[in-house]
Each structure stands twice: as C-alpha cells, then as structure tokens.
Design a protein around this ligand. Sequence first.
Ligand code: NAD
Ligand code: ZN
Length: 249
Amino acid sequence: MAQHDQQLDTLVERIRAARRLTVLTGAGVSAASGVPTFRGTDGLWRQHRAADLATPQAFARNPRLVWEWYAWRREIVARCRPNRAHEVLAGWTMRNPHCRLVTQNVDDLHVRAGSQRLVRLHGSIWELSCWEGCAPSPRTWRDERVPLPDALPACPSCGGLARPAVVWFGESLERDDVEAALEATACDVFLTVGTSAVVYPAAGLLDDARRQGAFTGEINLEDTSASSSVDVAIRGAAEDVLGAIEAAL
Ligand code: NAD
Ligand code: ZN
C-alpha cells in the first residue's frame, strides 16, 4: 500500500507539472460502465467470439449476423453511462488545452463525457460507412438509431450495404487518426489506462512518447507487457485511480 501511495504521489506531481499530457485508453476504462470487453465470457455472443465477428471476412460472409451483433452492442452501450474515469479525463481536456486523449474504444463514452481533442483510433459504433466504399459517400456518417430496423443499414449515396465505421481485425487505421496519435506522443506525461497495450499502434505510442522524453505511467487492474517499461505502474481500477489523482491534484 505504501508503495502504491508513493507511486500515486509521483504520478500526481508529474501530472500537475505537465504542460502537455496525453492519455491512451482501452476497454478497461469502460468496464465500470458495463460495456462488455472482448475477453473471456464477456466477449461471447450467441457462441461467437468477438474476434471472429469483427473482421471484414465475417461481414462479407454474413452481413446480417455481424449487424445483429452490432445492434446488440449498440443497445447495451446506449444504456451505459460514462463513469468517473471518463469524467476525470474529460475534465483534464477541458481545463488543459494541451491535454489529448487517444482511445481504442468504439463506444463514444469519452465523447458523451465531453472530452476535447479526442482521437478514436478504432472508430465508433455510432458511425457508419459504405461497405462498397463508393466515391460519393461521406467517409462516415452518424447513425444512433436504437434499435436498428430489420432492413440492413444502407449507404445514402449508392443505396448499397453500409457497415459499422469501426476498424476491424486485419484492417488499417485511418491515416489522419494515426498521425494525430503520433503527434500526441510529443508530450511531458504519457499515461496508458485500461488497455492491454499489445495491439498496434498502442504499444508503439508508449515507446514513442518515452523516446521523446515523456514521463510514462500505466493504470491497469493487471500487469501488462507495458508494466515493466513505464516509470510508474499503478494497479487498480481506472475509475478509482483517476478519481484519487483528481482529488489530489
Ligand atoms: P483489452 O480487452 O485487450 O484490455 C483491457 C484491459 O483493461 C486489460 O488489460 C484489463 O486488465 C484492463 N481493465 C479491465 N477493467 C479495468 C478497470 N476497471 N480499470 C483499469 N483497467 C481495467 O482491451 P483493449 O486494450 O482496449 O483492446 C481491445 C480491442 O477491442 C480494442 O481494439 C477495442 O477497439 C475493442 N473493444 C472496444 C470496447 C469499447 O469500446 N468499450 C470494448 C471491447 C473491445
Ligand atoms: Zn455507397
């Protein structure tokens, strides 16, 4: 406990002194809100594993199945509320114009908490894009209907099939988002919260920040592959630890 307190004090001091603060978040930040993760039994839907549904191949094979899974997730997320972790982070971005958030979450709970300067590396389940990628269609458009109607969502430009505007396994990230995330690694303090930090480019962002001289910290319930390389690793729930940091700032 004493060790934990000391690490927390160090992190609070660094955050207080930081001008440029960047926070990378993952599914762990939304866990307390009740958003299912992709891991364990939480990641199962009608016997399907999340990793088998969130692919362009799965959508090509059976768009209705994949859309039903997204419709189910949208209904769950629509009932979820941002938790203390989202609130604290949103507050930092409102008070500090040099505070940036980079998230792998697609639930938009950071958006609903009022976060500024947010990069959504993996897109949003509340946005759609044209499956055919037709030229006249907007890159993405907002669709917050819950529940979704029986007919599969269509592209407003070509009338063809629309897809969730999220980055699926095997797909590349939007270039603008990657650039914005890379830019955000030029900071004084880089904090990674509630992410296993194994997927590209999350792990790389932390390394980039460190190379550029940032103080690095991790908040997670468990040890991750990043734990041994950060300056402070704090074991605990994002909502509790961020709440404690905010109270101490
Ligand atoms: P992950 O499932 O790989 O890792 C989640 C991490 O959060 C774990 O390390 C776990 O120990 C930690 N964690 C769980 N509860 C926590 C809490 N209360 N406080 C702090 N840490 C906690 O998730 P990931 O790293 O974000 O990557 C998974 C991929 O799945 C992402 O690409 C993302 O797009 C997608 N995904 C998104 C959501 C969402 O939008 N909420 C949910 C599930 C999956
Ligand atoms: Zn189209």
